[in-house]
Design a protein around this ligand. Structure first.
Ligand SMILES: Nc1ncnc2c1ncn2[C@@H]1O[C@H](COP(=O)(O)OP(=O)(O)O)[C@@H](O)[C@H]1O
Ligand SMILES: [Mg+2]
Length: 500
């Protein structure tokens, strides 16, 4: 697996990050829980020490004359009353009967609940007065007060006695006769540690499971999310070796991927379009050049077959020259078109006066039309019109359209040129009285090599590139060419160009 792949990032990196977060979080939970539980235990121990002090004071006051040791011992004897006594007290309590003094002590001590704790009393100089019976001898030696602390406060600390962990409070109990006793109570930390250990186990088991699930889900999700990408890749591969008609399926694709898939499909569509275009174009070019070349070959073959006089050869060469001229014209036109389509920046844009520009074109076509006995008229714009563009190419545009008009208009008919400005554009309408163009051919009129069928006999048969060039030039100048045509009446080509 690659380290910089999305699969790796989502599947593993994400899992690792989640793992670290989960571990830190569980450590935080453990620490805060243990703090909370120990605090709770401390509060409980504080309460017990207080209550123990109160009990001792009360008992001392009640039993005038008894020494402190006797009193403490008596108090602690309530800690372990015979079972029968406890049952009797409980019965009395639930029955609402009054309790004896002794029984009240049971209850008070029962509530204090020291049965699980180790309790020891010391003189203020550290001498042991009384240890509770649940303290083992070995432990008792280590269960001593800390002489170095201020006697007024409750001191809490963790102690390990006989390999067991305890929370210990050290406190001072003042007796009514002014004596100060040190009390130590140690409560086992086992319940806390058990709980923490249990949670620790839960975390150790659950975190790896969560991580495994996350990794698995992450992999599954990335696989799913990346499926369109794989499909794009495999389609792209197949396109190289097969054809451009393939598309990537868009069902079950996420919104973001849809954009990618759509753009990719669009791109293939555009490529397919261009390829079909190029294919058509090259076959058209080949076809277009084949006819004159075949004629050339035929004529040359015939001329070479038998020895002929110089004048006969000359005639053949002259005919060949015409065909060669035609081929050169097509090739030049194609080169021009390629330039217009793929290198529009090669045009030389300059500002020029349109009237000055149109006049020579009009004069030249007038001669052309006169040869064919076609009358041509021209209405120039009234004001000066400034255009910005490549005048050489624009001349080609107008010449192509006017030339068509002359070519297709029968002798005796008229052609009119009319130039005028409208909404910051220049419009030039070229109207002829030719055969017109059938409506069904109008949409293809400007495509390369297109010629209205059924006019094959035309002696001046062109190549069908003239209007395509005119349109490319117009486009390069942000202009348009529109056609209106009526069959057997004539056509109007209107060129629109933006003013400078
Ligand atoms: N003024 C017109 N009147 C009738 N048909 C026209 C006119 N101009 C163009 N056409 C039709 O459009 C075709 C394409 O014109 P063009 O691109 O100039 O090619 P070409 O002149 O070499 O045939 C022509 O062959 C002709 O059939
Ligand atoms: Mg033409």
């Amino acid at each position: 697996m690659k380290f910089n792949s999305i699969k790796f990032k989502v599947g593993n990196l994400f899992t690792i990050i989640l793992g670290v977060i989960l571990i830190l979080y569980s450590v935080f939970l453990q620490i805060s829980l243990s703090k909370y539980l120990v605090n709770d235990l401390d509060e409980e121990l504080s309460g017990k020490v207080n209550e123990l002090g109160n009990i001792i004071s009360d008992e001392l006051a009640a039993s005038a004359g008894d020494d402190i040791y006797t009193v403490i011992q008596r108090i602690f004897s309530f800690q372990y009353p015979p079972k029968a006594d406890i049952i009797a007290v409980k019965k009395k309590k639930t029955g609402g009967e009054p309790l004896s003094d002794e029984e009240r002590w049971f209850v008070r001590f029962d509530r204090l609940d020291l049965s699980q704790d180790m309790v020891a009393f010391f003189e203020s100089d550290g001498k042991l007065i009384y240890p509770s019976q649940n303290i083992a001898i070995d432990v008792l030696r280590k269960f001593t007060p800390d002489p170095n602390v201020s006697p007024q406060d409750d001191i809490f600390k963790n102690v390990t006695l006989d390999k067991k962990h305890f929370r210990q409070v050290q406190s001072v109990v003042s007796t009514p006769d002014g004596r100060q006793l040190i009390v130590l109570i140690a409560a086992s930390e086992k319940p806390i540690l058990d709980l923490l250990r249990h949670r620790q186990r839960t975390f150790t088991v659950s975190i790896p499971i969560i991580l495994l699930l996350t990794a698995f889900l992450g992999r599954f999700l990335t696989e799913r999310i990346l499926r369109p990408v794989n499909s794009i890749v495999s389609t792209a591969r197949q396109i190289g070796s097969r054809d451009l008609s393939m598309r990537i399926g868009q069902s079950n694709v996420d919104e973001e991927m849809k954009v990618l898939v759509e753009s990719f499909n669009d791109m293939i569509a555009r490529l397919e379009n261009s390829f079909t275009h190029i294919e058509q174009f090259s076959s058209q070019v080949a076809h277009e050049l084949k006819t004159p070349l075949a004629i050339l070959r035929g004529e040359t073959e015939v001329a070479l077959r038998v020895d002929q006089g110089a004048s006969d050869y000359k005639a053949v060469l002259k005919e060949n020259m015409e065909e060669i001229e035609k081929i050169i014209k097509v090739v030049e036109d194609l080169l021009l078109l390629a330039k217009l389509d793929y290198r529009p920046k090669s045009l030389k844009f300059e500002k020029f006066d349109f009237n000055e520009f149109l006049n020579p074109i009009f004069e030249k076509t007038k001669l052309l039309a006169a040869k064919k006995n076609v009358e041509i008229s021209c209405v120039f714009p009234k004001e000066d019109v400034l255009l910005e563009g490549d005048s050489l190419h624009l001349r080609r545009l107008f010449f192509n359209i006017i030339h068509n008009a002359v070519k297709f208009t029968p002798p005796g008919k008229k052609i009119s040129l009319k130039a005028f400005t409208e909404n910051s554009s220049l419009k030039v309408a070229i109207t002829d009285e030719g055969p017109g163009i059938p409506a069904e051919y109008l949409p293809q009129l400007f495509t390369r090599f297109f010629q209205v069928p059924g006019r094959d006999e035309d002696p001046q048969k062109g190549s069908g590139l003239g209007l395509n060039i005119a349109q490319s030039v117009a486009k390069a100048h942000q202009g348009t060419i529109e056609v209106q045509s009526q069959l057997n009446k004539g056509s109007v080509f209107t060129v629109t160009l933006p003013l400078a």
